[in-house]
Design a protein. Structure first.
Length: 319
């Protein structure tokens, strides 16, 4: 995903945005996860790719949420293209995270903590517990996801085998979140609210302009929010304007950005019209010269046109 992934990751690392994202996707908008209870939980794993080469793997954004004396680990994976091995990728990430928890738990113990050989050889006591890991795959695309949504959909099984083997197979469900269909934007306390609203209105310029006109909050967005909006709308100009505001340490005014873009579009259209007018006028002059049987050399010198253009006009007019 390149730049898109980087901008989304930076945006989602904000604890307020992260909390809103998890609360919307997991808890239907209820304020269960609080920004103050979150802390970063970055980890790096080295896993083989489809060529068998070890590659550095890490979750896009991963945070621990305190829950009493324990934690809940939430990981976000951004995708703007369909990934046909996503259930396996998530399974690898989560297995690595659980393995890391086991390692860290073992490091906290001394030999005296283990009651028997079984616990000692496991590096894990009978009463030790792992905190749960929830990975959300955020799909930033209108195109329907036609990839597998669980491990079972990736397995080559006959109908008979599905009946016989399914009870023994470990399925791995994908927690897929289509960001264009995610409801509840108004429950957000962070600027994720404005990103979601713009995604839902991006097909209608009229409704988008109406939303911006009626809500002055769009005049005080963070540059990070502006850059994400620019990327998701596929508008490099908005992204560039937000980047300039970021460098200046100023807020990003989405309404002003769109006004500037509309004015720029009008100027470009006006300039293009002038250029077209000049070109058409030049072609008319060349045509009149041809009809008066002037030489090609004289026409090219007097009008500063190329021989190719002269020949093109001659063929168009059948001269």
């Amino acid at each position: 995903m390149g730049r898109t992934n980087n901008e989304l990751n930076y945006f989602l690392k904000d604890t307020r945005v992260f909390a809103d994202m998890v609360n919307l996707a997991v808890y239907s908008g209820k304020k269960v996860v609080l920004a103050d209870d979150l802390e970063d939980n970055e980890s790096v794993q080295y896993l083989p790719d489809h060529h068998g080469q070890l590659k550095e793997r890490r979750n896009d954004v991963c945070k621990r949420c305190r829950s009493g004396t324990s934690y809940r680990l939430f990981c976000l994976e951004n995708e703007n293209k369909i990934n046909y091995i996503m259930p396996v990728r998530v399974m690898e990430y989560e297995a690595g995270q659980y393995r890391e928890q086991i390692r860290k738990t073992g490091n906290l113990h001394t030999k005296k903590d283990y009651k028997n050989w079984n616990e000692l050889s496991s590096g894990f006591t009978k009463t030790d517990r792992l905190y749960p890991i929830i990975t959300l795959v955020l799909y930033w695309q209108r195109e329907p996801w036609d990839g597998p949504k669980n491990l079972a959909e990736m397995l080559d099984l006959t109908d008979e085998e599905k009946t016989q083997l399914t009870p023994f197979l470990q399925d791995y469900k994908l927690n897929l979140v289509n960001m264009y269909e995610l409801n509840g934007a108004d429950t957000c306390e962070s600027q994720l609210k404005y990103v979601l609203k713009i995604l839902q209105l991006d097909k209608s310029k009229q409704l988008l302009y109406q939303e911006l006109a009626e809500n002055p909050e769009y005049q005080r967005l963070s540059p990070e929010t502006g850059k994400v909006i620019g990327i998701l709308l596929g508008d490099n100009k908005i992204h560039e304007l937000a980047e300039i505001q970021q460098q200046k340490g100023e807020v990003f005014n989405m309404c002003q950005a769109l006004d500037d873009l509309r004015a720029e579009g009008r100027n470009e259209g006006r300039n293009e019209g002038i250029a077209i007018g000049k070109t058409e006028g030049k072609r008319t002059i060349i045509l009149n010269m041809l009809r008066h049987h002037m030489s090609d050399a004289d026409i090219c010198i007097l009008t500063e046109c190329s021989p190719e253009l002269l020949e093109e006009i001659r063929k168009e007019q059948g001269l």
